[in-house]
Design a protein around this ligand. Structure first.
Ligand SMILES: [Cu+2]
Length: 139
């Protein structure tokens, strides 16, 4: 069988590429630097912070607890778990959560109101599937 001319294959591909718009960022890149979708990590309602500690791994399993946390601006929040096994990455929202891949404790203070999405890079995805969570900072 004779393969079709290369040009016949490339033409539809180039049409597809140009149909995506001029310089539109890939979805993953957009999410990493942009606002979180309102239901990131499946969060449509939020637990109001009482302790402000987000636990993960160990007894909690492959998830964050609470997964959907709401706190006031300026409150100190704490992640507690094995970052070596569950590396933390921010998925979306105002840049504030440092990538953490070692240790067992991370304290951070989120001052800017907004929705912050994060995930475990081993068991979750940047778009908020699997092991992921969200923090809503609101007065
Ligand atoms: Cu994990």
């Amino acid at each position: 069988m004779v393969p079709p001319p290369l040009a016949r294959l490339l033409l539809p591909l180039s049409l597809l590429a140009s149909a995506c718009g001029e310089g539109a960022p890939s979805p993953a890149r957009e999410l990493a630097t942009g606002a979180c979708p309102s239901s990131y990590a499946g969060c449509t309602s939020f637990t109001v912070a009482s302790g402000e500690t987000i636990s993960f791994g160990a007894a909690v399993g492959f998830e964050y607890a609470p997964r959907c946390l709401r706190a006031s601006p300026g409150h100190e929040l704490r992640f507690e778990g094995d970052f070596g096994f569950h590396p933390l990455e921010q998925g979306c929202g105002p840049t504030a959560i440092p990538a953490t891949a070692s240790g067992s404790e991370l304290s951070l203070t989120l001052s800017a109101p907004g929705l912050y999405g994060y995930y475990c890079s081993s068991h979750g995805t940047r778009s908020g599937q699997g092991m992921a969570g969200a923090i809503l900072i609101a007065p």
